[in-house]
Design a protein around this ligand. Structure first.
Ligand code: ADP
Length: 991
């Protein structure tokens, strides 16, 4: 009895109301009823924060809170504020603090004043706007993401007049076509004036509350109220106690399920007398039985009605809106076709920010490993262009023209290993490369031979049986689109007449095993045997459990083979497999010894984790059967292309359910915080990962934790503990026999541990961004929100940079460059995994990026294909050509564009980037346009196998790769830049 209570109470009542609910779920139910009644509903988010807590990790919810509150204040007529009760602990700023400004087409305003205002209003100034509350000013372009909007907006100015306002996409940073008449800008925090802002800032800086950074973002809301007492003009905020007093202003009712001890004088919403909630099992039956009533069906649109199983009844009323309300009264029946919406799945960002930062290690294809020092402008032969500066040993500097940026890449190696700098001008790197190349040819030919060997065998024909359809539907959930595609691809391989060799890559928990089980089902139902092998007992145990559940009703004889089976069980299983009494088996390397009666499919999970000999045995075992490999690391796109005829790939990029996400806190180390974080997780019945990256100190740490929480059940793991023991302990942890796993890094990566949802990283400042991001990704994978604590020893000793990086992780954004970086690193590691036995020494010397590129070349060469990228033309025209700082101010953005332009393979790609640049930065100036011309010429010249284009005075020289072709000399009308470009462009386009 709940929605009906709200319905009965609100029907016909006017005025302002406050409904206090227990949580989000209840609040949404109330909101739906209020909306249905046509009354203004204003639902606040559920903000479970404690007095004085650092609010930075709650940024999104705080923005939502402030926006909803401002809308509530502004609304006229009957209105209801719906608040989960924890949220009432926050100070509620007064209406005066929610001023807004509107920017309209054709309007003239002062940019500097606007800048100032947005700053005081809490907008963050960044060079690329991707999140709510961010703004960027670039000459006559303003990008801004208002907190209430679903996309950011780009405002172009002509001088100080608004020329256009249009939304743009975060992932591509490109404008969407439709223009707006005007745009409303509310404060990102509050509409403070200079005096108020300064006062609040000072307050926060001396705050007694614990917070990593003491600023308005972290603590501003908590100190709002005090300012009034200091006699500033700032309107005070309402606090919890005042709410109680203020409640008289409203007809206020708590819902019956709420613990009311906090709000003693609150009345409970009276139970409805004339209405009740209904649970709809069969809508048609319900309607038939209540034909005497006025019946209303709520559906979000007509399509939903048409596609539903609703019969056609006379006299139904349809109400087309969102929300779910199911209520019955004496004369009315209200039913909903809408379903409760699950929150959206997050897709990986497509925009890759190759954030190369000053101080990063890079690899140049000819000179080896150096340190990136930034971009520099230089004049050469009277023309200005830009160069990337790389330092080698002894700080010898190498200048690389930005036109050839494709020759360097960021250095990545396993575990963030640091490389040794090469020496410039020495042949040692060349020699090293030659050695690596030789090795790579061996590896590439192995890959290709193996595939050729597989092709010798005719594929076992496995037609998808009709009962597969119902097996698919018995999953108990809807497959994600990616999953569906992967299943289709696998089944079509099985019935193709060729032997399948497919790699399925997806993050842990994204549903790979489900795909594999579909393949195994088909194999077994076609009368064959199938096996699945995993590198650890833990993984194999997890798979076995999944299979037992999924195949429970399928009449499939399933067995397990690993270290935990008794000798007798092992013997029986092995015999069963040989004689065909077992259809399906899952296990560890113990399976390598098994003989089968008629094996048709081998599924290998996390192949790269097997030992060398085991890998050999796996290859032998799977050469004449269908093979599906699964991996939790993504595959680099370039390698995917190169290998496409050898191996097929499927990817699952979305999680099956909306993840709750991970709330990240950065804190200075403090026993109190640790204890609280652990208890918080234990209270909700979960488990904790505690990462402490030093074997030497880990036992001491264990003592500290024991002392803090004497009853804590804890296990400790690090590299000195044997693999066997590690595995056993992990199994116990997974079964819930421990509360906390203290380890040097997360020991097992392929494992789904939905109960462990708090991660504490002790000494977070000693990890790289990508590592932190990956560690954080271990929690928050189930239906529970994850908590991640990055603890630093002393914030005073952190560099500004390190501090900023950690804080960036705190405002948890899927699009953060940390995420992209981590993905990039993972991808490169994923590539390493495909290769098989890692040449870890070599990879460490030249970095994964170059290593993979060389492998790609080797594969293509062995397959008789020419390289995808023949070496690019060296552009040495004496003209001013660079991306000008007056157009694109930030080095980071220019560098990114230089990189992308350097990687273009056809003219259309260059023009596309040009279009994007005009869109993002406004009119391009002469040198920038000339740079784009140079890039067009470079692409054309590369295609024509020209090695170098240079100019001297009026003459342009074209040199070819094949020496038999003569060098050509062009004569420009003058030595002006535009004439040089014109004559060269004309020559290249004619070809
Ligand atoms: P992986 O092998 O990639 O780690 P699994 O196939 O084991 O992932 O799936 C992880 C969990 O998610 C399992 O409990 C599985 O039943 C569940 N699952 C898989 N696909 C879906 C889906 N489409 N919808 C809901 N749950 C799913």
């Amino acid at each position: 009895m709940y929605q009906s209570d709200v319905y009965e109470y609100l029907k016909g009542v006017e005025g302002e109301h406050l409904f206090i609910c227990e949580n989000d779920k209840e609040a949404i139910e109330v909101e739906d009823v209020v909306n249905f009644l046509g009354v203004g509903a204003f639902r606040l988010p559920d903000l479970r924060v404690e007095e004085g807590e650092d609010l930075r990790p709650y940024r999104e919810e705080i923005q939502q809170f402030l926006w909803v509150l401002s809308q509530f204040y502004e609304a006229k007529g009957s209105k209801v504020l719906i608040a989960p009760f924890h949220t009432l602990f926050l100070p509620f700023p007064k209406p005066e603090l929610f001023e807004k400004v509107e920017i309209a087409f054709g309007e003239v305003f002062s940019v500097s004043q606007m800048k100032e205002k947005l700053y005081l209003w809490g907008y963050h100034f960044t060079d690329m706007v991707t999140q709510k509350g961010e703004v960027s000013f670039r000459g006559d372009i303003i990008d801004i993401f208002p907190i209430q909007a679903s996309t950011p907006y780009r405002i172009s100015l002509f001088d100080e007049e608004v020329e256009s306002i249009s939304p743009y996409r975060v992932d591509t940073q490109k404008r969407v076509s439709d223009e707006l008449e005007s745009l409303l800008l509310p404060p990102a925090f509050l509409a403070l004036n200079q005096e108020e802002y300064e006062a609040l800032k000072r307050r926060c800086e001396v705050s007694a509350y614990e917070s990593f950074v003491k600023d308005i973002d972290a603590l501003g809301l908590w100190h709002l109220g005090e300012l009034a007492q200091e006699g500033t003009t700032l309107a005070p905020a309402k606090r919890l106690g005042e709410w109680r007093d203020a409640l008289e202003e409203y007809y206020s009712f708590a819902t019956p399920r709420l613990d009311k001890s906090f709000f003693l004088n609150l009345s409970t919403l009276p139970e409805a007398k004339h209405y009740r909630d209904v649970v709809v099992a069969d809508m048609n039956k319900l309607i038939s039985a209540h034909q005497d009533k006025e019946i209303t069906i709520i559906a979000k649109n007509q399509t939903l009605v048409r596609s539903s199983t609703l019969d056609s009844f006379e006299g139904l009323h349809f109400c087309y809106q969102e929300g779910v309300v199911n209520i019955m009264g004496e004369n009315v029946l209200i039913l909903s076709l809408n379903k409760r919406q699950k929150s959206k799945r997050v897709k990986r960002p497509s925009l890759v920010l190759d954030a190369l930062k000053v101080g990063d290690y890079v690899v140049h294809e000819n000179h080896g490993v150096g340190i990136f020092k930034g971009i520099e402008k230089r004049e050469v032969l009277g023309a200005t262009s830009e160069f990337v500066v790389i330092h080698y040993q002894n700080e010898d500097a190498l200048l690389i023209p930005v036109t050839s940026l494709e020759s360097i890449e960021r250095y990545v190696a396993e575990g963030g290993a640091l490389p040794v700098l090469d020496r410039m001008g020495k042949a040692s790197f060349k020699k090293l490369k030659a050695k690596v190349k030789e090795k790579l040819f061996a590896i590439a030919s192995q890959i290709i031979n193996l595939s050729a060997q597989r092709h010798l065998h005719k594929g076992i024909l496995l037609q998808t049986p009709p009962e597969h359809f119902s097996f698919l539907h018995r999953a108990g959930f809807t497959h994600t689109p990616d999953q569906k595609r992967a299943i289709e691809e696998v089944l079509s391989d099985l019935s193709s007449g060729e032997m399948m060799d497919r790699l399925l890559s997806a993050d842990v928990g994204f549903g790979k095993t489900e795909v594999a089980m579909n393949a195994m089902f088909v194999a077994v139902k076609s009368g064959y045997q199938a096996m699945m092998i995993a590198p650890t007992t833990l993984l194999s145990a997890q798979h076995f459990k999944s299979m037992q559940e999924r195949f429970a009703k399928e009449e499939i004889r399933l067995a397990k083979l690993d270290r935990f089976c008794t000798a007798k069980q092992k013997r029986e299983t092995l015999e069963g497999l040989k004689e065909g009494r077992i259809d399906l088996v899952v296990g560890t390397h113990a399976l390598l010894k098994a003989a089968f009666k008629n094996l048709a499919l081998v599924v290998i999970d996390e192949e790269h984790k097997f030992g060398v000999k085991q890998k050999e045995a796996l290859k032998e075992m799977s050469v004449n059967v269908h093979l599906l490999s699964m991996s939790a690391t993504p595959i680099p796109r370039s390698l995917n292309l190169a290998l496409s005829e050898v191996k097929k790939f499927s990817e699952i990029l979305t999680p099956p359910m909306a993840r709750q996400g991970v709330r990240t806190f950065v804190k200075q180390y403090d026993d109190k915080v640790i204890k609280e974080a652990i208890l918080r997780e234990l209270r909700r019945g979960g488990q904790v990962f505690y990462v402490f990256n030093s074997i030497a100190g880990i036992e001491e740490k264990q003592e500290v934790l024991k002392h803090l929480l004497p009853t804590l059940r804890m296990t400790v793991l690090h590299s000195k503990i044997s693999a066997k023991e590690t595995e056993e302990e992990m199994l116990k942890f997974e079964k819930g026999e421990y509360d906390l796993l203290l380890s040097t890094s997360i020991v097992e990566s392929g494992i789904h541990m939905p109960h462990a949802n708090t991660m504490i990283v002790d000494g977070a400042d000693r990890f790289g961004m990508a590592d932190l991001h990956q560690l954080r990704g271990r929690v928050g994978r189930g239906t529970k929100e994850g908590y991640c604590y990055f603890m630093v020893e002393s914030k005073e000793q952190l560099s500004e940079n390190a501090k900023r990086r950690l804080l960036a992780l705190e405002s948890h954004s899927e699009l953060g460059s940390g995420a992209v970086l981590a993905f990039h690193d993972l991808e490169i590691r994923g590539g390493g995994n495909i290769i098989g036995e890692a040449q870890s020494g070599h990879i460490k010397q030249i970095g994964y990026g170059l290593y993979l590129r060389m492998l790609e070349d080797a594969i293509l060469e062995l397959r008789g294909k020419s390289k995808l990228t023949s070496s690019a033309t060296d552009m040495k025209l004496a003209i001013d050509a660079y991306l000008s700082e007056s157009v694109i101010f930030e080095d980071r953005l220019r560098l990114e564009l230089y990189r992308r332009l350097a990687h273009c393979e056809n003219v259309a790609e260059v023009y596309e980037i040009e279009e994007e640049m005009v869109d993002r930065f406004g009119t391009l100036d002469r040198t920038t346009r000339q740079y784009l011309d140079v890039m067009v010429m470079k692409v054309l010249a590369t295609q024509q196998e020209i090695v170098k284009i240079s100019s001297y005075g009026q003459r342009v020289f074209i040199e070819f790769a094949h020496s038999e072709k003569e060098r050509e000399v062009l004569q420009a009308d003058s030595k002006d830049d535009d004439d040089i470009i014109a004559v060269t462009m004309q020559y290249l386009k004619k070809k």
